[in-house]
Design a protein around this ligand. Structure first.
Ligand SMILES: Cc1ncc(COP(=O)(O)O)c(C=O)c1O
Length: 394
């Protein structure tokens, strides 16, 4: 029904993934394959294209009038997919999740305050904290049984009176960790004990593989609802990242008021018409597309893991429970991170450098495998060739 194998030419279309690759990576070959930033090379759900086409054909693109249908669609989606009942009145649209995180920091902390992150973690967390003149407090994740776990005792020892906010990534990027209820409850109790605001970025919550289940932080620990904001978005799930719309959600009316005041102060309380139309249509019509996508991504994931580990002796791909971002450790290959990076780039493939994700990421690369199988196959053939000498001694 949905043709995820179809290769769509994205070069020369202002697709950052393709058109910023040469500048960022130095790989100038026209046949380079981007496996870095987290967007997919698939067409959006048909319902999104239909809604945008109707808007384009009407050809009157004035200011967006918010009737409340967007927040209602968001609430319906979260309830249907994750069993979490929310009041649409808790929802604040923002121009994307990262901007939402910045606005949350402005609303709830002061310059010089510390924000906890769990590295290796999505690099924009670091960027938005620093850009808002707050400080990063790293609580490094530990690998246990092939997945990441949080070290809250280690974090406790690092807290200072300036520690105010915790950024959780759930599911975790990179590493695809789906946090368990008891892990979320332990973090929630920690936040209550130390008077911290818990910001739970759940942008990857819909991209969870069979066998795992995303638990919303609010479901796991409703007793700390008053000190929690969580973020979701249709843009990651349905490949609409350029639409730049996200939802920041809190049941705490006072917290929401403070966030909305920052949104108003930044002049972003009038929303992007195209983004709102696209994301509402996705939530309302995209479920069958998403279910099909998840099956396709699971096959890509299995293919990628098997082939990368066969291609590179000593490499290990973390078994993802969620996300389309393979997280591969090269520390036992006998190569330095620079040598690995060189070989991958010489194969005309751009993966995200692990060091971007903070401490603990240095020997890793993150590969985005959300691409049609013909392109993934080509990338895997190239990677196989790039490390051939390690297997054959030649
Ligand atoms: C954890 C996480 N949060 C936020 C984003 C980006 O959100 P937005 O484009 O809405 O700012 C990403 C993108 O990869 C992500 O992985």
């Amino acid at each position: 029904m949905f043709d995820f194998n179809r290769v769509i030419e994205r070069r020369g279309t202002h697709a950052s993934k393709w058109d910023n690759m040469a500048r960022l990576s130095g790989i100038t070959s026209p046949d380079a394959i981007p496996m870095w930033v987290a967007d997919m090379d698939f067409a959006a759900p048909p319902g999104v294209t239909e809604a945008l086409t109707a808007e384009v054909q009407r050809a009157t693109h004035g200011y967006y009038g918010d009737t409340g249908s967007w927040a209602a669609a968001c609430a319906d989606w979260v309830s249907r997919r994750h069993g979490l009942r929310i009041d649409p009145a808790w929802v604040s649209p923002t121009p994307g999740i990262v901007s939402g995180l910045g606005l949350i920091l402005q609303a709830t902390s002061a310059p010089g305050d510390e924000v906890v992150v769990f590295p290796p973690v999505y690099h924009a967390f670091r960027r938005i904290i620093v850009a808002n003149e707050r400080r990063i407090l790293d609580a490094q994740l530990i690998e246990s049984g092939g997945r990441y776990v949080m070290d809250l005792d280690g974090l406790r020892a690092k807290l200072t009176p300036r520690t105010k906010v915790v950024f959780l990534c759930s599911p975790h990027n990179p590493g695809g960790t789906v946090w368990k209820t008891d892990e979320l409850r332990a973090l929630a109790a920690f936040c209550a004990e130390h008077n911290l605001l818990l910001v739970s970025d759940e942008i990857h919550c819909d991209l969870v593989f069979a066998g795992a289940k995303h638990i919303p932080t609010l479901t796991a620990a409703p007793e700390i609802a008053d000190r929690m904001i969580f973020c979701v978005s249709a843009t990651k799930t349905f490949n609409l990242a350029g639409a730049h719309v996200g939802a920041c959600i809190t049941p705490n009316a006072d917290l929401k008021k403070r966030l909305d005041a920052r949104i108003a102060a930044s002049g972003v309380g009038s929303y992007n018409l195209f983004g709102m139309i696209a994301t509402e249509a996705a939530w309302r019509t995209g479920e069958a597309w998403l279910d099909a996508l998840l099956l396709y991504l699971a096959e890509n994931h299995d293919l990628f893991d098997a082939r990368i580990e066969a291609a590179v002796p000593g490499a290990r791909s973390m078994r993802l429970a969620a996300t389309y971002l393979a997280w591969v450790d090269f520390s036992k290959t006998g190569l330095t991170p620079e040598q690995v990076d060189r070989r991958v780039k010489d194969a005309r493939i751009y993966a995200s450098p692990g060091a971007q994700f903070g401490p603990g990421g240095e020997t890793w690369l993150r590969f985005n495998f959300a691409t049609p199988r013909p392109l993934l196959e080509e990338a895997l053939v190239r990677l196989d060739g790039a490390f051939k000498d390690l297997r054959t001694g030649r």
